[in-house]
Design a protein around this ligand. Structure first.
Ligand SMILES: Nc1ncnc2c1ncn2[C@@H]1O[C@H](COP(=O)(O)OP(=O)(O)OP(=O)(O)O)[C@@H](O)[C@H]1O
Length: 315
């Protein structure tokens, strides 16, 4: 649905985007993550046709943004970080105005505005001036304008920034619902948001792609092992040998002695094998109670930091 190939954008000596390639499948919700200045907005602005690339290609639904900019723009709904709202218009007037800009046909306009207001829950504020709406409602108006013209693709730049927790939950729900009918690229600094909403994540740093994977796989870490901490009561050597017999175990080590016979063990296993159930049954069979069991896989936040701060640590 979206194909980005060898995309580069230079501003003089600075490469804001440096040879990035990725694709987004139809119906996918893709998260776009990166620290400040990583190149997220630049990439989104190129995909939406606001600025040209220096090198590389962007295709949306098979159309090249350079060769068929109008076709591409028709396929994309864009919610910039600061939606361009006209404060002295009512919600309805503004949506009507945007529908005209997007050349929505006269016969469809009324129905489309009603549908979008229904979907984004704006019906109650249709007659209110935008300047009198709360930040959350203003953001919904921004989302509503991106949906007019029935685009197949939505590009959402930091859609929940500045909202309160209730509003964040509502907008996330809405994005999830929109994901059923649209292909979405969503940029965010909020990592749990990306885990909650996106099926795949692109992490970008200094203009380059640092990782592309599902949030789950990223959390499992880059290596081939999964790590667990298990605190178990019982004799150490017998527990270690029982654990070593479990299929998929790579390594087990007594870590911290918590009590005379209670020890925390660090257990590494194949990334593909979830050993929590076999571990439970093995310990239950041997009569050694598991007091605590937790994953030591990295959180998405830790992965993100690891991928985006490596050079600083070296310095
Ligand atoms: N018009 C411009 N002229 C010169 N440099 C620019 C221009 N636009 C962006 N840059 C530079 O390109 C780099 C990437 O910027 P970009 O806005 O794409 O990052 P971002 O990931 O969206 O950051 P943020 O999360 O802070 O919005 C930065 O170093 C920025 O200073």
């Amino acid at each position: 649905m979206i194909e980005i190939q060898n995309l580069t954008k230079s501003y003089g000596q600075i490469k804001a985007v440096d040879d990035i390639s990725f694709t987004v499948e139809k119906g996918e919700v893709l998260g776009f993550l990166g620290p400040n200045g990583a190149g997220k907005s630049t990439t989104m602005n190129i995909i939406t046709g606001f600025i040209p690339s220096t090198e590389g290609t962007v295709k949306v639904c098979g159309y090249d943004i350079m060769e068929n900019p109008e076709e591409v723009k028709r396929k994309i709904g864009f919610l910039p970080e600061l939606p361009p709202l006209y404060m002295d218009m009512t919600t309805y007037e503004y949506l009507n105005f945007v529908a005209d800009l997007k050349l929505v046909g006269k016969n469809q306009k009324k129905g489309q505005i009603s549908d979008v207001m229904e979907l984004v829950k704006l019906v109650d504020v249709r007659g209110r001036l935008i300047k009198n709406l709360s930040k959350g409602y203003k953001q919904r108006v921004g989302l509503a304008q991106s949906l007019l013209g029935a685009p197949e693709v939505l590009i959402l730049d930091e859609p929940t920034v500045g909202l309160d927790p209730m509003q964040i939950i509502e907008i996330r729900k809405l994005i999830k619902a929109l994901g059923k009918q649209h292909t979405i690229i969503l940029s965010s600094h909020i990592l749990p948001e990306v885990s909650a909403v996106c099926e795949r994540v692109v992490i970008i740093n200094k203009g380059k792609i640092a990782a592309i994977d599902t949030p789950e796989n990223l959390s499992k870490g880059m290596g081939s092992v999964s790590k667990l901490s298990a605190t178990i009561a019982g004799p150490k050597s017998s527990i270690v040998s029982s654990i070593e017999e479990i299929y998929g175990i790579k390594y087990v080590e007594p870590h911290i002695e918590k009590d005379s016979d209670v020890i925390e063990y660090i257990i590494e296993s194949d990334k593909e094998t979830d050993i929590r159930r076999p571990l439970f049954f093995a310990m239950a069979k041997a009569g050694y109670p598991i007091i605590e069991l937790k994953s030591l896989d990295l959180s998405l936040e830790e992965i993100f930091l690891q991928l985006t701060t490596q050079e600083k640590e070296v310095m």
